[in-house]
Design a binder for this molecule. Structure first.
Ligand SMILES: Cc1ncc(COP(=O)(O)O)c(C=O)c1O
Length: 346
């Protein structure tokens, strides 16, 4: 029997038909390359309607580049970036920030993936000491890698703290859409409007084929970004294909439809798991992922049929992801498989 990989990651799902249609619709004829085409100009305009007219917005291929190049634009090699120890930036970007920017990442332990002013404060050390890395950016992820979301007030408090200490606030918004869907807000309301300075706005995990946007809420921070993007090998020549996708993503709120569905599926999954004795949901379910503690023997049995990540070997905590393509039947079948695995003796 083939292994079902749908709960492994939202990257495991395909491309939304409206995105595929958009790709096809810009495929005819010749247009100027590298972003000087009408599709890109119009899409950037639409994104500025969402994030604000005084923003500077650029497309890149992937989320890692959005983070690293966006941060490169505002950070020097003697700076440090403060982030949660679970941040994609520090765990899953292969020392990219350290290598590409030369910066130091300071990992802050959290219980739920969220930074708070109280958690960050003790790490604000060595300011103006030439022997020490200079804290310059706080990076948060919305929704977090632990499936939780920052409320607007929490982001505002972090932004205020950062700005009071001459730092900037960066947001990895690979799943910003899921957070907005959960919080029932717009995209700007939980980023720029709360004081975020630089945002990585994700599309790939929510129905696009590829493409992310770097959004600078203060244009001065983007002064050298075009050069940084080119040097960073992320200036795509056939830009119209990223632009067309973002345009479709915004049309009729496809981003919201997809994210709402993925979130609803995660809630259904959590509901199902909660009903199974011996399983514990270990994080709040506020986006499209569920963290649960499942007995080791069950995990081993389940993994013969299902692909998913063990987040913590010791505590048997697993991460289960949903996406815009997850179906309720997939979840019910999975819950049934878990029940069976819990009853098996050997
Ligand atoms: C929170 C977060 N940020 C950034 C990324 C990076 O995206 P990519 O794999 O497109 O580089 C991921 C991918 O899993 C992610 O989960």
């Amino acid at each position: 029997m083939a292994i079902f990989t749908g709960f492994g990651s939202d990257n495991h799902s395909g491309v939304h038909p409206e995105i595929l249609h958009a790709l096809q619709s810009v495929n005819d004829g010749y247009v100027i390359a590298y972003g000087d085409d009408e599709y890109t100009i119009q899409t950037i305009k639409k994104l500025k309607q969402v994030f604000g007219k005084d923003t500077a917005i650029f497309f890149v291929y992937n989320g890692t580049a959005a983070n690293i190049l966006g941060l490169r634009s505002v950070t020097d090699s003697f700076h440090s970036i403060l982030c949660a120890e679970s941040a994609h930036l520090t765990v899953h970007e292969c020392c990219g920030p350290e290598n590409y920017i030369g910066t130091k990442l300071v990992n802050i332990p959290t219980s739920d993936g969220k930074l708070t002013v109280d958690l960050v404060q003790p790490y604000l050390i060595g300011v103006n000491d030439p022997h020490m890395a200079q804290p310059h950016v706080m990076s948060i992820t919305q929704a977090t890698e632990r499936g939780t979301t920052y409320r607007p007030k929490e982001i505002q408090a972090l932004a205020k703290f950062a700005h009071q200490h001459q730092m900037l606030l960066h947001m990895d918004g690979a799943r910003l859409c899921n957070a907005a869907a959960f919080l029932k807000t717009g995209l700007r309301e939980i980023s720029g409007a709360c004081g975020v300075d630089v945002l990585s706005f994700g599309g790939t995990k929510n129905g696009m084929m590829y493409g992310e946007a770097v959004v600078f809420f203060n244009k001065d921070h983007a002064r050298y970004f075009e050069f940084i993007r080119k040097q960073g090998m992320q200036l795509t020549s056939k830009m119209r294909y990223i632009s067309a996708q973002f345009s479709a993503f915004l049309r009729d709120e496809l981003w919201l439809r997809n994210a709402s569905h993925a979130n609803e599926m995660a809630h259904l999954l959590a509901q199902q798991l909660q009903e199974i004795p011996g399983i514990k949901i270990s994080q709040k379910v506020e986006a499209n992922m569920v963290y649960a503690i499942i007995p080791n023997q069950s995990i081993l049995r389940l993994q013969k049929q299902y692909y998913f990540h063990r987040f913590n070997e010791r505590t048997c905590e697993v991460r289960l992801m949903c996406s815009f393509t997850t179906q309720p039947e997939d979840i019910l079948r999975f819950a049934q498989a878990i029940r069976r695995s819990m009853m098996q003796k050997k």
